[in-house]
Design a binder for this molecule. Structure first.
Ligand code: ACO
Length: 145
């Protein structure tokens, strides 16, 4: 059973590990803290047996929109409903902030994540050509809430 809670400073090493293995990116701790500064509640983790196994970092994007910047579940813990728990919590947090829309960007080749987002009602809203550092296109997706 996963427990979803707000991130804590001492989770950051584990979060960086999950981001690096799942998203192929390594960011310094300062980046997570900077991104979460405006909305600490939007940075949540999934914990199983005392261990952080998933993370979702969301930010505020204008008055009525939130944006998912990073979302990843440790590979060994996928397809167990943990992503579902984090997404549901994030939708509730966004609604509590009176957001009307949630947006995100995902790699065009990341069909697993695209299918996941579609399941939650996200729709394709555009393409960002050569958006990633390796020049892969990004897909913009959004959902009204
Ligand atoms: N293929 C098809 N449908 C899927 C898949 C998949 N690989 N994974 C999940 N789903 C759908 C299914 O309908 C699933 O329900 P089911 O298992 O009952 O069929 C439902 O989503 C919920 O699945 P969860 O188990 O809750 O999802 P999970 O915990 O595996 O997390 C996530 C999904 C976050 C996309 C995970 O696969 C992951 O970490 N992927 C690698 C990192 C990544 O791509 N992150 C998103 C990048 S974009 C961004 O960060 C803004």
């Amino acid at each position: 059973m996963v427990d979803v809670r707000n991130f804590r400073y001492d989770d950051l090493d584990r979060i960086a590990e999950i981001v690096s293995s799942s998203l192929g990116e390594y960011y310094p701790k300062s980046l997570y803290l900077e991104k979460s500064r405006d909305w600490e509640d939007g940075f949540i983790v999934g914990v199983e047996n005392g261990r952080v196994v998933a993370m979702l970092l969301g930010i505020i994007q204008g008055r009525f929109e939130t944006r998912i910047l990073m979302f990843a579940v440790d590979k060994r813990f996928r397809r167990k409903g943990i992503g579902h728990e984090l997404m549901n919590r994030f939708i509730s947090l966004s609604m509590a902030r009176e957001a009307k829309r949630i947006s995100l960007e995902v790699r065009r080749s990341n069909l697993e994540a695209i299918r996941f987002y579609e399941k939650y009602g996200f729709q394709n809203t555009g393409v960002l050509l050569m958006y990633y550092s390796d020049l892969e296109d990004g897909l913009k997706m959004a959902k009204n809430i």
